[in-house]
Structures are given as structure tokens and as C-alpha cells.
Write a protein that binds this ligand. Structure first.
Ligand code: G3H
Ligand code: ZN
Length: 282
């Protein structure tokens, strides 16, 4: 069933676990994500970024993701990931997304606050949850490369930002990056704890691919209630396709090519849902 993301995060906050938010680009990835949540009886966030909407066609991808969410017996929030455009946010709100992320993190603080306030003004009357970002989470959303973290979130600014914008959830930069980590990922947990102490809303950790189980658990203690995972699903997809293609090539069997890839992605999502503590919480 389709639910507001705030509802899902509030339950996670109450019970001390985190929800998993997984990026989709197409039918196969969406299927894998939703099947995993159903298999694990877990509440779920399915998210699409601006580039995925451009790639798949925004009407088609939106219809697919919303239909899967509505059909599913588990609670599913449908979220717009990393959007810097208010017209895109407005469009998604009108279509029935239950959450949007306004990403003004590249802007100076005052401009990020102003942009985020506009997004809240668009979304709130529709009961749509708003996530915003403060600090810089480096790396591209769709293409993985090795990165080192820069531009960490200031706890004092985070407090000011949340008060000024009234957002529902805050994405923070505490050593997390998009894509692969350069060396062992090192999260600044003291900074995370300080943000958690000052900020009343659920925190979001982008770039959860590649984090150790211990880092995930420590982040949950530090107030993280939503983990964003993209790269690990794409790795599972590409690995399974590369493995299947040489064996199946002569038959041009489309379901035969994609079925193992869906299973591989589903396995990744199921493992994450267990790790985040949301398995069995639906
Ligand atoms: O917004 C999506 C994520 O932050 C995904 O990051 O590709 O490193 O898992 P990741
Ligand atoms: Zn992200």
C-alpha cells in the first residue's frame, strides 16, 4: 500500500530502526525491490531520481512505481530522489509521490533554506513528505567511481536549517559518499551524534552502498532512519547480466536474461532490509 514517507520514518523513529530507500530506473529493478520488501515483510521506500525519470520517461516510470506500491501488501513510500527543480517537485506531488527530496546542497546556506522552504510550501498541503540536504555528499548518482568525502554537515547549521525550513527529514554528510568509497569508509560519528542531538527530525544517510554492518548499526544509533542504496543494486544487476548473457545469447530469451538479475538485486535488498532492522516491521 502507498503511504506517506513521514509515517514510515515515524515508525522507524519510535522503534529504533531505519527504512531502506532503493533507487529504481526500470521495471526489473522496481520488481526486485518490491519483491524483497514483501519477502522480508518490511516497510519500503522506492525512489527515483531526476535522471531515471528522464531515462525511462517520467509518466511511464511513475505509473509503474505507483502501481507496484499500491498493489503491494507492505507499506511503500514513493520518493523523488535528489531533485533541484521545483517544477519537477510540483509534478511529482501532483502525480501521487508521497515524498520528495529537494537538494539545494550545492547552494549557499541562505539559498538552500529559501529553495527548501519553497519545496515545503508545494508539498505540505498535499501531505507529501520533504527531505532536504545540508553539506556535500560527493559523487554522481548514476555512475559509480571512487570518492573521498568533503564538505561535512555542520551541526549548528543543521539545527538552524531544520528550524528555518520545517523539513520532515534531513540528509547529512558525515563522511558518506555516492558510489564506491576510496579505502575504508570512515563516518564521523561524533558529528552525526551532535546533529542528532540538535535536530528533531529523522536523519538520512545517502551513499549506504559499501558501508560495513557496524557502520550501519552505529548510524542507526546516531539517528539515521533512512538509508539510500543505489550502487550495490547496479553492481548486482550488471554482474548477473554479464554472467547470464554468454549462456543465453543464442536464444534471445528476454525473461531468461533478466530473471537472474532480478533475483540478484532482490537478494541485495533483502540483506539490507535485515541489516537496517526494518525486516518484519511491515
Ligand atoms: O540517493 C541515493 C544514494 O545516496 C545512493 O548512494 O549509490 O552510494 O548507494 P549509493
Ligand atoms: Zn543520494
Amino acid at each position: 500500500m502507498l503511504v506517506p514517507m513521514a509515517e514510515l520514518l515515524a515508525a522507524a523513529q519510535r522503534e529504533g530502526y531505519a527504512a531502506g530507500a532503493f533507487n529504481t530506473y526500470n521495471l526489473e529493478i522496481t520488481r526486485a525491490i518490491v519483491r524483497a520488501a514483501e519477502a522480508q515483510q518490511a516497510p519500503l521506500i522506492v525512489q527515483v531520481g531526476s535522471s531515471a525519470l528522464r531515462y525511462a520517461g517520467r509518466e511511464a516510470l511513475t505509473a509503474l512505481v505507483l502501481a507496484e506500491a499500491q498493489r503491494s501488501p507492505v507499506p511503500v513510500a514513493v520518493h523523488l530522489d535528489h531533485s533541484a527543480k521545483l517544477d519537477e517537485i510540483r509534478w511529482c506531488v501532483e502525480q501521487g509521490f508521497t515524498s520528495v527530496m529537494i537538494d539545494g546542497s550545492a547552494l549557499p546556506l541562505a539559498e538552500n533554506i529559501a529553495l527548501t522552504r519553497e519545496a515545503v510550501a508545494i508539498a505540505r498541503p498535499h501531505g507529501v513528505t520533504v527531505e532536504a540536504e545540508l553539506g556535500s555528499i560527493v559523487g554522481e548518482e548514476d555512475r559509480a567511481a571512487e570518492r573521498e568525502a568533503v564538505g561535512l554537515t555542520s551541526p549548528a547549521q543543521a539545527e538552524q536549517f531544520v528550524q528555518a525550513t520545517a523539513v520532515d527529514a534531513l540528509a547529512v554528510a558525515v563522511g558518506n559518499v555516492h558510489g564506491f568509497y576510496k579505502g575504508e569508509p570512515k563516518l564521523d560519528t561524533a558529528r552525526l551524534d551532535e546533529i542528532h542531538r540538535r535536530v528533531p527530525v529523522p536523519l538520512v544517510l545517502h551513499g549506504a552502498s559499501g558501508l560495513s554492518d557496524a557502520a550501519i548499526q552505529r548510524s542507526i544509533q546516531g539517528g539515521v532512519r533512512k538509508f539510500n542504496v543505489n550502487t550495490e543494486l547496479r553492481v548486482a544487476l550488471f554482474t548477473a547480466l554479464a554472467d547470464t548473457l554468454p549462456r543465453i545469447h543464442a536464444h534471445y530469451d528476454v525473461p531468461g536474461l533478466f530473471t537472474p538479475a532480478i533475483a540478484a538485486m532482490q537478494a541485495v535488498v533483502e540483506e539490507k532490509l535485515q541489516l537496517f532492522g526494518s525486516a518484519g516491521k511491515a
